[in-house]
Each structure stands twice: as structure tokens, then as C-alpha cells.
Design a protein around this ligand. Structure first.
Ligand code: HEC
Ligand code: HEC
Length: 415
């Protein structure tokens, strides 16, 4: 009786000691990941374009050979396999949600166990290569995968909506909303008034969560329709006209964001062109007064050029710009400046954290007018030399604030 019992114990423990075959590990632990509707841990950084599922084939053998042939497993040091590294990428990221962390741990442990078991299997190690058409990998090219990364989306947000937030900040920051709430009951305002949060990241998260940016219907996003104050009324009045710098920046971001999250880009030539300019909003205002009747209620843009002390010429590229419709009734045009620089410049690095400022001095102001309302018909249209109406030199310390505008008289603007 005792013998029988110990025999039973022995067989039981033997059974539990026997390691699962790679195939068993695969069906128990990898297949559920493959079939799961849950997003993989990759989505923490890749909004589309790549997913862990892209690397899995229905059969254990093909999945392993596919990873092996793409250099994603290290046969001799399975724990150093690149596929494990990819899964582990977001481990230390503060942004990871609990669910993402939980998924990642599950994915990592499953793949680590399965890769290890498979690498120990001599027939798998030496099996002939898979046909290239049988490799399991993302369908999108690397450029598309890169473009759809959260850090790239953030970069584009910073250079568009965030850079031009000053056009909206006087009413839409938390402080502005609180101040207003003391004067007027808040219920007369929208629930998402305070959409400009302290940082660019928080702002983007807020805009998408509140659906002010509508990824399903990007051009119908309230973030675009409100400031146009056209079909949808805006408590702040007209803050954009179709085709102006603010609209262009916000619209191009919203369109691109929607295309990214919906996985719409298939090829790299469909991606938006990367501009070699980054923009930073300021609170320095330029006013042009006594505008002639021909400019009344037309869209007008200015570009500012700095003086180059070595070549003794105006610099070739503008250092600042801004635009708006001329207020015909008041013979007036005014707006705050947006600074322009190249992405790798010292200024660009500095202005990411410090307040962007235009140094005091003299500048050439070139003025462009959309006399035929081209932008309203095509928001992507750009004003060119044909739209140039004149220039003037302005000297200013560029003080900040609505009450401290730098003023130019339109009569000084000459061709
Ligand atoms: C914490 C953020 C993060 C997570 C999570 C993450 N990645 Fe990445 N991934 C990146 C970054 C950043 C790069 C580009 C830098 C690099 O090449 O190392 C990248 C690059 C890639 C590339 C190469 C494309 C290229 O740019 O050449 C692939 C493929 C990839 N990741 C797949 C995955 C898969 C699959 C997962 C999930 C298992 C994953 N990544 C999880 C951030 C992440
Ligand atoms: C002078 C103040 C002011 C400025 C500047 C302003 N807004 Fe508004 N905005 C308001 C007020 C007041 C409301 C609430 C009434 C309404 O919904 O129209 C509002 C509402 C909104 C809403 C809807 C919020 C919600 O809770 O649904 C959006 C989106 C919006 N504005 C976008 C913008 C954008 C984009 C800009 C800059 C280009 C801007 N606003 C500039 C005053 C302003």
C-alpha cells in the first residue's frame, strides 16, 4: 500500500517535471495572444503599423522559423532574442497603463518560455529556411511604422496645435476658464473649455479623449469647426479662417492623427512631407494700422526677416510670421507672431522649454494679401510672390502682451 502510494507520488512529480514541448507552450501561451482581441503592449508606442500579432503564424513551427529567419531569435542565447527586446521596450515607460504592463508581462513570459523551449529543439534549429512569402511580419514599411509612433505624433502635435495655442490660450487654459467662471456661470460654456493643459502631452491626451479631435471624422472635429465660427457658433468668435496658418496647422495635425490611428497609410509616399521648419508661438503682437480699402476683409500674412550683420543683407529665410483677416471696418490688422526656425537649431532646442522670444532690433516685414480668396477654396494653398503687396522696416524690442503691440502704419508698406 505504501509502495503504491509512493509510486503514485513519483509518477505525479515526474509528469510535472517534464518540460512542455515548444508546441505545447505555443498552443497554451502564444495562441491566446494571437487570438486575443486585446491590443498588444506594442500599442503603447506604436499607434498603428505594427503589432505583436504580426509576427505570429498559426503554426508553432512556422512562427519559430519566421522569427529565426528574420534574426529575431538568438538561437544560442534565447533570452537575448530581439523579439523579447521588442516586447520589453516599454517596460520602464511611466506612461504605460496597468493593462499595458500586464499584457507586456504576459507576452514576455510566454515568448521567453516558448523561444527557450524552441531553441533547445535541434530539429527546429536546423530546419530549412521558410519561403520569404511565409515570413510573418508587419505589412507596412518601416517609414510608416516610424511615422505612427507616439513620439513622432507628439513631435508633430508640438509643431502644430501646441505651437499655435496662443491663438486660443486667452480663453482655453485652466486659468483662463477659472477666471471666466468667476465672472459668468460655467454652465453657459462647453464642458471641455479648458482643453489647453499644462503640457503638450496632456493637451493631446485631453483633446482626443474629449473628442474635440474626432479621429473618425477629422475635418468635423470641434477643434477646427469652433474657431471658424461659421456653421457652428463659437463663443470666442472667428479665430480661424480656412487656409490660415492656424487652420493649416490644426487641420494638418488632425488629418494626420486620424490617418495614423486608423492605420490609413500604406506606403511611405503617402506620409505628409516632413518640413524643415518648426514653429513657436509668442505673445509679441504686430499691428498694421490705416490699412487701405483694397485690403479690407481680405486674408493677409506677414513674414519677418532679420538683418544679417555679416552679409549686411536681410536673411534669406523668415524668422517669424503671422496672419489674419484685415478688419476693414477698423482699417486694422493685428496678430501675435509665430517664430520659425529649423528643427535642429539652438533656438529650437531652447524654445522647447524656455519662452520663445524674438530679439529686439530691426526687421523687414513683407506683406502678402489673398486678394482673390484662394485659401477659402483650398486650405492647402500658399500665398506666393504674386500676392506680395509691399514691405517695410520695423524696429522693435517685441514686448509681449495684447496691450503692447508693435505698430506699423500701412502707408509705410511699399513695393
Ligand atoms: C516604449 C515604446 C515602444 C514600445 C512599447 C514598442 N516599441 Fe517598437 N519602436 C520604438 C522606437 C522608439 C523605435 C525606433 C527606435 C529603434 O529603432 O530602436 C521602435 C522601432 C520598432 C521597429 C522597427 C521599425 C524601424 O523604425 O526601423 C519595429 C518593427 C518595432 N518597433 C516593433 C515593435 C513591436 C512588435 C512592439 C511590441 C512587441 C514594439 N515595437 C513595442 C518604441 C517602442
Ligand atoms: C476670446 C475667447 C476665446 C478664444 C480666444 C478662443 N475661444 Fe474657443 N471658446 C470660447 C468660448 C466662450 C467657448 C464656449 C462657447 C462655445 O462653445 O462656443 C468656446 C468653445 C470652444 C470649443 C468647444 C469647447 C467645448 O467644451 O465643447 C472649442 C473646441 C474651441 N472653443 C476651440 C477654440 C480654438 C481652437 C481657439 C483658437 C484658435 C479658440 N477656441 C479661441 C472662447 C474663446
Amino acid at each position: 500500500m505504501r509502495l503504491l502510494l509512493s509510486l503514485a507520488v513519483l509518477t505525479l512529480s515526474l509528469a510535472s517535471v517534464r518540460a512542455d514541448t515548444p508546441e505545447e507552450v505555443f498552443s497554451k501561451r502564444i495562441v491566446p495572444i494571437f487570438k486575443s482581441p486585446n491590443p498588444s503592449s506594442c500599442t503603447q508606442c506604436h499607434l498603428s503599423g505594427v503589432d505583436l500579432k504580426d509576427y505570429i503564424r498559426p503554426s508553432h513551427r512556422e512562427t519559430f522559423l519566421s522569427l529565426r529567419d528574420q534574426g529575431l531569435v538568438d538561437l544560442d542565447h534565447p533570452e537575448k532574442s530581439k523579439i523579447l527586446h521588442l516586447i520589453d521596450m516599454g517596460k520602464d515607460a511611466k506612461k504605460a497603463t496597468d493593462i499595458q504592463q500586464k499584457n507586456r508581462t504576459a507576452e514576455y513570459e510566454a515568448f521567453a518560455a516558448w523561444v527557450k523551449a524552441s531553441c533547445a529543439d535541434a530539429t527546429l534549429r536546423t530546419a530549412p529556411k521558410l519561403a520569404a512569402t511565409n515570413l510573418a511580419k508587419p505589412a507596412k514599411p518601416n517609414e510608416v511604422i516610424r511615422h505612427a509612433r507616439t513620439d513622432r505624433v507628439m513631435e508633430s502635435f508640438e509643431n502644430t496645435v501646441w505651437a499655435l495655442r496662443f491663438r486660443c490660450a486667452s480663453c482655453h487654459t485652466t486659468e483662463a476658464v477659472e477666471k471666466r467662471a468667476k465672472e459668468k456661470p460655467l454652465e453657459s460654456l462647453g464642458a471641455n473649455m479648458a482643453w489647453i493643459r499644462p503640457t503638450a502631452e496632456e493637451t493631446l491626451a485631453y483633446l482626443t479623449k474629449s473628442r474635440l479631435v474626432d479621429a473618425k471624422n477629422p475635418e468635423r472635429s470641434l477643434l477646427l469647426l469652433k474657431p471658424l465660427n461659421d456653421e457652428i457658433k463659437h463663443g470666442g468668435g472667428v479665430k480661424f479662417v480656412v487656409g490660415d496658418q492656424g487652420y493649416k496647422a490644426y487641420r494638418s495635425f488632425v488629418d494626420d492623427y486620424a490617418a495614423v490611428v486608423n492605420g490609413m497609410y500604406a506606403k511611405s509616399d503617402e506620409l505628409p512631407k516632413k518640413l524643415n521648419v518648426v514653429q513657436f508661438g509668442t505673445q509679441s503682437w504686430l499691428k498694421i494700422q490705416n490699412t487701405p480699402p483694397a485690403w479690407a476683409d481680405k486674408y493677409m500674412a506677414v513674414k519677418l526677416y532679420a538683418w544679417d550683420t555679416t552679409t549686411k543683407k536681410w536673411q534669406a529665410n523668415p524668422v517669424a510670421t503671422t496672419d489674419r483677416k484685415v478688419w476693414g471696418g477698423g482699417k486694422l490688422w493685428q496678430h501675435n507672431l509665430t517664430l520659425l526656425t529649423t528643427p535642429d537649431s539652438a533656438d529650437a532646442k531652447k524654445w522647447k522649454t524656455a519662452t520663445p522670444t524674438l530679439p529686439g532690433g530691426k526687421y523687414l516685414v513683407k506683406v502678402y494679401l489673398d486678394a482673390t480668396d484662394r485659401l477659402a477654396k483650398d486650405w492647402k494653398a500658399e500665398l506666393s510672390d504674386d500676392d506680395f503687396v509691399g514691405e517695410a522696416v520695423v524696429e522693435s524690442q517685441w514686448p509681449t502682451g495684447y496691450g503692447k503691440m508693435t505698430v506699423l502704419d500701412a502707408t509705410a508698406v511699399k513695393k
